[in-house]
Write a protein that binds this ligand. Structure first.
Ligand code: PHE
Length: 339
């Protein structure tokens, strides 16, 4: 009897090892340890055995059942783990593979380039051609980069001009792209020629010409002997390229804490002067914050809003169209400006 039990246990364990999936294991389970299984059958007969055999056979049968159940559990877990590993191997995505032709076609025929993105791309091309590199900076800035390093200390009234979204941790959504000036200077020694085109955020009262999320382009050029004439050349070139005709520009003295001297540049638009951008020579204090010796180097910086230029370019009457994602608006720009 004990030998028969041992043989049954061995048979069951072999069957467990040979099982390749959950349903095979279920079959083994019911064949041996299920209600009508072979081991269960033996356990039921124990009561009818001669008294001196009951103890040893009952014990052996119980041990055999437990051994088979333990083997079943173990094999189930192993099969599950193998399935997971297999999934991880077959389901990974190679992001460098070219998109399937169907996706590319859908983009060409159905998608449009957002008019703000289109102007951003055009401007990037213009700046790249002038030897600038494109820079990036975080949307969530710290006080130091957005204000302090730009010569706008905590009690400075210039802060009030930028209605700021403060975050509970003391950081903020950048109110302008100027913090990228600091980041550009800290990255390496002059010559520095960089532009950052990106999103900025202000707590504005929304109307046709005010959005809380808009776009600026920031430029910075630092080297030995950089002067206002260099700045004028770069800005004129930019405006001539994007406004397409020989625009007239004028420079007015203005005040931004991070430039000295500071200016605003206007362009003629439909016969009137229109204020377009802020610019000036990078303030010595700001150069120092960027780790640059103002006695050795000088630089200019400028910042202009992109959204208003896009409005001019396409005759868009309300700036809020840009962020609200209405397809009826977006579909008016098939293929973008390059398409
Ligand atoms: N950061 C300024 C603004 O948002 C613009 C500016 C940039 C002015 C660089 C001067 C130099 O209004």
């Amino acid at each position: 009897m004990l030998e028969a039990l041992q043989a049954l246990q061995d048979e069951a364990l072999d069957a467990v090892r040979a099982s390749q999936d959950a349903s095979a294991l279920d079959a083994v389970q019911s064949a041996f340890v299920g209600k009508k299984g072979k081991l269960s059958g033996i356990l039921r007969t124990v009561g009818s055995l001669p008294p001196e055999q009951r103890g040893p056979v009952g014990k052996a049968a119980n041990l055999a059942r437990r051994a088979v159940e333990a083997a079943l559990d173990e094999r189930r877990a192993a099969l599950l783990a193998a399935a997971d590993a297999n999934l991880a191997e077959t389901e990974w995505v190679d992001a460098t593979l070219p998109a399937p032709a169907s996706v590319v076609t859908a983009q060409r025929t159905g998608g449009t380039v957002h008019p703000v993105s289109a102007l951003v791309r055009d401007m990037e091309d213009i700046f790249l051609a002038m030897g600038f590199e494109t820079l990036d900076g975080p949307w969530v800035e710290d006080d130091y980069h957005n204000f302090g390093a730009l010569n706008i200390p905590a009690d400075h009234p210039a802060r009030d001009m930028q209605d700021t979204y403060w975050l509970s941790d003391g950081n903020l959504l950048r109110t302008h792209t100027s913090p990228v000036q600091i980041r550009a200077m800290k990255r390496g020694a002059p010559p520095i020629r960089g532009v950052c085109l990106g999103r900025v955020f202000r707590h504005e009262e929304l109307d046709a010409t005010h959005e809380n999320t808009f776009h600026q382009v920031e430029g910075i050029y630092v080297d030995r002997g950089v002067n206002v004439g260099n700045m004028l050349y770069v800005l004129r070139t930019l405006l001539r390229e994007i406004l397409d005709d020989d625009v007239e520009v004028r420079l007015r003295p203005s005040y931004f804490p991070f430039v000295e001297p500071g200016f605003e540049m206007d362009v003629t638009f439909r016969g009137a002067w229109m204020e377009l951008l802020g610019c000036g020579m990078v303030h010595p204090y700001v150069l120092e914050q960027g780790g640059i010796d103002p006695n050795e180097f000088s630089g200019f910086a400028f910042g202009l809003g992109i959204d208003r230029l896009v409005m001019l370019r396409h005759g868009v009457e309300d700036v809020r169209h840009f962020m609200d994602g209405d397809l009826r608006f977006l579909r008016q720009f098939p293929g973008g400006l390059e398409g």
